[in-house]
Design a protein around this ligand. Structure first.
Ligand code: ATP
Length: 673
């Protein structure tokens, strides 16, 4: 018996595994026998050494009784086969993993083994017969056989039986006289296995290093201050923004207590306690929201990482975002001109700017209505609030509705998640500019009226009523009174909008401003060119239907085309020269014998300003002509006649009939417009 090594284990499968391993190394230099703890164990006093497989007190007692205290008893140090650990390395950091074994002690032993081997990125929970799985368990470690039935959705990592540690094996071998050659051979096999593991761990170490440096540069790139401390309150990381805020004078604070930071009192709670709510603190007249996160590895607390968010910056960005495209850029000083008509419009606008009533700007296209809207906002008490402009003619009805009033989440297919505020909400506290308001559909007219009356908005698809406080400045190039009389525009809305009407003169009506406007446009582009006198004469005699927008286009054309410092008539667009010369042909008033011709032209002019073509039938039945009793065929003949005079033009049926510039001129000459 003296040359006998005895192993006592709790389970027979573990015993068989260990016996095989010991015999492979120790026999024939000694005899290796084993017993399961539940078996009858004979007197072992003659054994050379007794090994037990775990620290379990029961095993120790059994061994002690069998040896009567006369033989050394050791707990076998055991470890997993290294290659089996690889599966564990793939499990994400912090995952909870149940470690299963036949008793709480052996389960804990396995956990200790894993932690000692620095496989410590997981949250291990001992698991043994009597424990039950809960829904959070995703992984279970077993040693060859599960000691508890496993639920189907739990991923099993089988670490196999733990092998005897190389130290214990070599040690025992030396005691029983294992020759040195055999020891070397065994060791060399072990070293091969070790180096494979080292390679595996080496890669993960490099990976960790890489991640670490990525993390460092990420925190450096963060614009907010970040400071990390270990559990002793020593600084382990601090980014440049935090250095600038807390310790601009210090050369290095890494490894030093966080109390070296200025205002560290404010940070104390965040470096001492877990789970603090975000807190607002003021440092150097700036406000920050401070939050901290505890750093943990398994159950071990490693320290805190503390981040500060600059609220001043957040507020600035928010204001910038809210106001993006929502600011008035022009003031009255940007409105160029000295003519009496313009000065009158400016004076009136300045007066009206000061109160809160709705303003209606009336004027042809390109006269500067939007410019006036900006200037009115800037001159009003709301100048620090938003200025939101929307062109009512440029959007289809349903889109205009959602732009004006906003929409709720899921109001329609493609609606943005969380809904969207409309321009009335965006202009809250400021001014909303409704350009081309005369073009809105009857259904939007109703909704707009409601908002103007109630000062409340209901988002599309919503039920909640939102109060809005914004001043409305509307603009139109249409004759709204006429649109009302034709039943195209609601009378009640018209009176709501036209509380304070301002007429913006056309360029024709303030033609004396033309040289100033040209000069201003050239100056803004840093261009120094002059105009030949006959060119200026021609420009002054042009009718400028497109007003200042048309003027700017003509000037831009001329300076692009011309290569000389003095602009000549050849540098003007041909279209403009043609029109001016055609106009001079018709300089003398065209003879209109029948006032009813003027009625037709007036009616066509109204459709023209509404940008709508009109058919003969519609014309004959229009309120303005109905009374004069035109039959359709009489009207056709009359329109043919007017077309020969170039006062109207007829397109295909779809295009209908429209008034020409000459026709408009005739109306003007006869004081109809
Ligand atoms: N008095 C002015 N001084 C300088 N520039 C002007 C003036 N009036 C208008 N403009 C310029 O003419 C162009 C057209 O002006 P704006 O868009 O304000 O006209 P509008 O009447 O609103 O036109 P629409 O009815 O077509 O929307 C803009 O480039 C504007 O800057």
């Amino acid at each position: 018996m003296n040359n006998t090594i005895v192993v006592i284990a709790n389970a027979t499968d573990t015993l068989d595994f260990l016996l095989k391993e010991l015999r492979a190394y120790l026999e024939p230099y000694c005899r290796v026998i084993g017993y399961a703890s539940y078996e009858h164990i004979p007197d072992l006093r003659g054994a050379a050494h007794v090994f037990i497989t775990s620290k379990s007190p029961l095993l120790y007692t059994i061994a002690r009784q069998a040896t009567a205290g006369e033989v050394p008893i050791t707990v076998l140090n055991r470890f997993f086969e290294l290659r089996k650990i690889k599966a564990l390395m793939q499990i994400p950091l912090g995952t909870t993993v149940s470690v299963m074994n036949n008793s709480p002690v052996s389960a804990q032993e396995v956990i200790d083994n894993l932690l000692e081997a620095n496989i410590d990125h997981l949250n291990y929970i001992p698991f043994h017969p009597g424990c039950t799985f809960d829904d959070t368990t995703k992984y279970a470690i077993i040693m060859s056989v599960p000691d508890v039935p496993l639920p189907p959705d739990v991923e099993v990592i089988d670490l196999g039986f733990r092998k005897i540690s190389i130290h214990d094996l070599i040690d025992t071998g030396r005691k029983v006289g294992v020759p040195i050659e055999w020891e070397r051979e065994y060791l060399s096999k072990f070293i091969v296995e070790m180096s494979e593991l080292a390679k595996m761990l080496g890669t993960s170490y490099a990976e960790v290093q890489k991640l670490n440096s990525q993390l460092q540069s990420t925190f450096q790139a963060v614009k907010d201050p970040v400071i990390a401390c270990n559990e002793d309150g020593l600084i382990t990381f601090i980014n440049d923004v935090a250095i600038e805020l807390f310790c601009p004078q210090e050369t290095s604070v890494i490894g030093r207590p966080y109390t070296v930071l200025k205002e560290h009192d404010l940070l104390l709670p965040f470096f001492e306690h877990e789970g603090l709510e975000d807190t607002l603190v003021t440092i150097d007249h700036r406000q920050f929201i401070v939050s901290s996160q505890s750093i943990r590895r398994s159950y071990e607390h490693l320290g805190f990482v503390c981040t500060l968010k600059d609220v001043t910056e957040i507020q600035r960005l928010r204001t910038q975002l809210t106001l993006r495209g929502h600011t008035a850029t022009y003031t009255f000083s940007n409105i160029i001109g000295e003519s009496e008509r313009l000065m009158h419009a400016i004076e009136l606008s300045k007066k009206m700017a000061k109160n809160n009533q709705t303003i209606l700007l009336l004027g042809e296209n390109g006269t500067g209505k939007e410019l006036f809207a900006h200037a009115i906002h800037q001159h009003s008490l709301r100048k620090n609030g938003p200025f939101v402009a929307i062109n009512c003619a440029s959007l289809p009805e349903n889109l205009l509705e959602s732009e004006l009033f906003g929409y709720e989440d899921g109001a329609f297919t493609g609606a943005r998640k969380g809904g969207k505020p409309g321009v009335f909400e965006q202009a809250d506290g400021g001014t909303i500019f409704l350009d081309e308001v005369g073009d809105i559909s009857p259904s939007i007219q109703v909704k707009l009226l409601r908002v103007l009356q109630e000062k409340q908005v209901i988002r599309v698809g919503g039920t909640g009523v939102l109060s809005v406080d914004c001043r409305v400045v509307a603009a139109t190039n249409r004759d709204l009174e006429d649109a009302v009389s034709q039943g195209q525009f609601r009378e009640d809305l018209f009176y709501r909008l036209a509380v304070l009407p301002i007429e913006i003169p056309s360029l024709r009506e303030r033609i004396s401003d033309l040289p100033l406007l040209i000069k201003d446009h050239l100056d803004k582009q840093g261009i120094r060119k002059t105009w030949a006198p006959e060119v200026m004469e021609l420009l002054l005699s042009h009718d400028w239907r497109g007003n200042i927008r048309e003027l700017k286009n003509v000037v831009d054309y001329a300076i692009t085309v011309s290569e000389q410092p003095v602009l000549t008539i050849h540098d003007l667009p041909k279209r403009l020269i043609d029109r001016v010369s055609r106009k001079s042909v018709h300089e003398a008033p065209i003879e209109i014998a029948d006032d009813r011709d003027l009625d037709i032209l007036t009616c066509l002019y109204q459709y023209y300003t509404a940008n709508k073509p009109v058919g003969r039938y519609q014309l004959a039945h229009s309120p303005a002509l109905k009374a004069t009793g035109w039959t359709e065929s009489a009207l056709r003949n009359k329109l043919k006649h007017l077309e020969q005079q170039r006062l109207v033009q007829s397109g295909t049926t779809r295009q209908g009939t429209s008034i020409t510039r000459e026709g408009i001129e005739v109306l003007r000459q006869h004081g109809r417009i």
